[in-house]
Design a binder for this molecule. Structure first.
Ligand code: FAQ
Length: 361
């Protein structure tokens, strides 16, 4: 899906350079594999650095090597990573709700099984990410508490409702599509545990995007009513998906520092552009249109021109005033309370085992 399903010559007169999911001719999945190779070789090398902690940290970052939990790191680096990884983990967990809403209403047993697997994958992503954040010295229960009390954010996109089955396809195509465009570069993030978690997550997101694309393709080639339902869902999710990449670069508070530390590799606007360029071609294959009358190829820029999302709306949604913010948090709080007995049982079992096993085993 990320370029590898489409000929490099592009479609409908789109130049090869516009197969936007690519960077230097590599598809997104190939970029994940490149990052995985880099990670393995990084673990075999050591950086010759000064003994002084900050100098060593800088040398590791400059050499494109990985900072590991045992390494010294400046506090703002640690706190910035906790902020981003925790928000990412919360997004995966809250992100189960809009699609979970359709598990009992999926149109066939096969669709239900696929959707169940996808939603479970999102839970797994949340868990890898909480585990990565814990390596930075925070506890998972503290992070969960920050989500439930509204002190940490989750992605704006999950505050929009899923009105029809076509929304499930559109979330797969556009939301997972945006997530993966944003996350493939994170496979090369300077913090080892986050980069490693992202490799596996991106491979799984690849399946998610395919299943969404396939649902939409089926609907778009079905009855006129199914086609209209698919188009309506794309119309509603397009701008919120563009907003997922965050505020414009001029208003992004963290980008510059994150890019210096090689946590982020590309700016919000660069990734948003990459996503638009990728989607135009895929929408053509689907036979659906994107709801932007000003979307057109700009040969000078070698990119599509497009209408930006409403960033005031993004800020409103981020600050808690989106269509489903209250419902999403209430649901998560209830699920957390109802799961208390599972946590207690698991803790009691772990304590019992620890008491049985001799120390040091
Ligand atoms: N929603 O200075 P920047 C998924 C906040 S996972 C909410 O540009 P940064 C899988 C930002 O936190 C989707 N808040 O921030 C899935 C900051 O606030 P703070 C999640 C947003 O960190 C698919 C402030 O605005 N992905 O979809 C948003 O440099 C389907 C200023 O912004 C990740 O988390 C937003 N859209 O860049 C699951 C990826 N945008 O913290 C189920 C990792 C910005 O100062 C179904 N994260 N803010 O209070 C990132 O790449 C970055 O954190 C960005 C934001 C790009 C999200």
């Amino acid at each position: 899906m990320y370029g590898n399903d489409f000929a490099a010559t592009g479609d409908a007169g789109v130049p090869a350079s516009d197969v936007a999911a690519t960077s230097a001719g590599r598809t997104l999945l190939e970029q994940v594999e490149d990052a995985e190779r880099e990670l393995r070789s990084a673990s075999e090398r050591s950086v010759v650095g000064d003994d002084r902690l900050q100098d060593y940290f800088d040398a590791v970052i400059n050499a494109d090597q990985k900072i590991e939990p045992r390494d010294w790191m400046p506090d703002p680096y640690r706190l910035g990573l906790i902020r981003q990884i925790a928000q990412h983990a919360h997004s995966e967990i809250i992100g189960m709700q809009p699609e979970g809403n359709w598990i009992s209403r999926a149109p066939s047993l096969k669709r239900k099984a696929i959707l169940l697997a996808k939603v479970q994958d999102e839970a797994g992503h949340g868990l890898y990410l909480y585990a990565a954040a814990e390596t930075l010295g925070v506890s998972r229960s503290d992070l969960v508490d920050q989500l439930l009390t509204g002190r940490q954010k989750y992605s704006s996109i999950f505050n929009y409702p899923t009105l029809t089955w076509a929304d499930v396809g559109t979330i797969g195509w556009l939301v997972d599509g945006a997530a993966i465009v944003n996350q493939v570069p994170l496979c090369r993030c300077s913090y080892g545990p986050y980069a490693r978690a992202m490799i596996r997550i991106c491979k799984e997101e690849s399946f998610h995007q395919r299943q969404g694309f396939e649902i939409l393709h089926t609907l778009a080639h079905g009855t006129p009513a199914q086609r209209a339902m698919a188009q309506d869902a794309v119309n509603r999710w397009w701008y919120p998906s563009l907003a997922m990449f965050g505020p414009p670069d001029t208003a992004s508070t963290h980008s510059e520092q994150s890019m210096t530390w090689k946590i982020k590799r590309f700016s919000n606007d660069e990734l948003r552009q990459r996503f638009v360029d990728m989607c135009v071609q895929q929408a053509t294959v689907l036979g659906l249109s994107l709801p932007d009358p000003d979307l057109r190829w700009n040969a000078e820029r070698d990119h599509y021109d497009f209408t930006q999302p409403d960033f005031h709306e993004l800020m409103r949604v981020i600050s808690g005033d989106g269509p489903c913010n209250r419902q999403r948090l209430e649901h998560r709080r209830r699920a957390h309370e109802e799961g208390a007995w599972v946590r207690e049982a698991a803790a009691a079992y772990a304590a019992k085992r620890a008491a049985r096993e001799p120390a040091g085993v």
